[in-house]
Design a protein around this ligand. Sequence first.
Ligand SMILES: O=c1[nH]c(=O)c2nc[nH]c2[nH]1
Ligand SMILES: [Zn+2]
Length: 441
Amino acid sequence: MSPSDSFLVFDGPLVHSLSRDAITAVERAIVVVENGKITDIRESDTGDVSFLNSDQYKLKKLANGQFLCPGFVDLHTHAPQFPNQGLGMGLPLLDWLDKYTFPLEMRYKDENFAKKVYHDVVKSTLKSGTTTACYYGTIHRQSTTHLAKAASQLGQRALVGKVNMNRNSPANLVESTDSSLEDTESFIKDVKAFENPLVEPVITPRFAIACDTKLLRELGDLAAKYNLHVQTHISENVDEIAYTKELFPDAESYAQVYDSAGLLTDKTILGHGVHLTDDEEKLIAKRGSAVAHCPNSNTWLRSGICDVRRLWRNGVKIGLGTDVGAGSVASIIDAMRSALATSTNKSFFSADYQPLTFHEVFYLATLGGAEALGKEEFIGNFEVGKDFDALVVDVEKSQDQTPSTFTYEEHSILERVQKLIFCGDNRNITDVYVRGRLVST
Ligand SMILES: O=c1[nH]c(=O)c2nc[nH]c2[nH]1
Ligand SMILES: [Zn+2]
């Protein structure tokens, strides 16, 4: 029998979060992966693998300077908007949607266009180290099924949502309530028919402005019926909040609009949450819902600075989102860096505000994202029994020289992590594994 891809043994340094406050680094570890799952991890000075009762494994010895890192979780991104990356930055949300986003999203009526873009999107997010992605599609059922198919075929762990919009949207991008619901249920069945446990449908009302009360309620029912995750936007921009209040005059708050519809559950991911009140954050925490912090997008659409520490104080689970195309970069490395930059900028204006640390943003990018999705039993760090969703990171000898590879002397593992976060990019990601399968090199 030849060594098998279903039995891998990694020998090298690793980093991961066991808690929010500190990255744990292991100088040299042996990680055993069988059928996609971690079955053993031990520290080792010598790389001795004689404890294995077989020689049918493939040994992956990391090169000098490389380290293993858990795969990144992108809690919020819009696959159809990738062709618009970098466009319209500086416009406020509602103008940006009208001018750039809605016209592009209309094009996804064309399945062939969708197929092409979505294949490239999944390739690109995998190359960026995103092993788990929460994707918004468009209102188009078949095209969004192509997105789920691309993730399934290319091996990404993905939550994929057909977007719902039944009002306050342009003529070519609006559905009737009935067709929105019928298409959503068909989409759920289409994705379930793949029988790929890594790819799930997710209920995706765009935001309260684009969905009326009846649609929101029925979507809440569908989420309950199929036990699905929910994703939507909340309190991103002050004009959006004012308009939402006008549309739902009886609701106590924006969060209450979703809560009354049964859409705030322990499987809900709320994008942004920049301007939430304490009461809303407490309600979100009580329901077990999570916030996707999207700092790049919040800067470029000038939405505001999300106070991550306040969300944590109020007990809300948080992870990171790239939010392409309001976010300009589809990389969670960039999201970590943006989270550090925005919280540092915030600290200039409030003396007692402690900026986030690189340890904390690394947690947000990995274990925090996993916890936000309720998937910490399976992913987020390297523990026996979890799936092997992992990156081989190289800040010493990546093929293209990046700022992070200007290393003319030895650096500790935690210094290498800092190089990755503060000046790295996808050129520093050598290999990407999802459940033990090599999905990008
Ligand atoms: O950043 C955002 N991107 C979007 O596409 C969107 N739709 C509603 N609210 C939104 N915010
Ligand atoms: Zn978004």
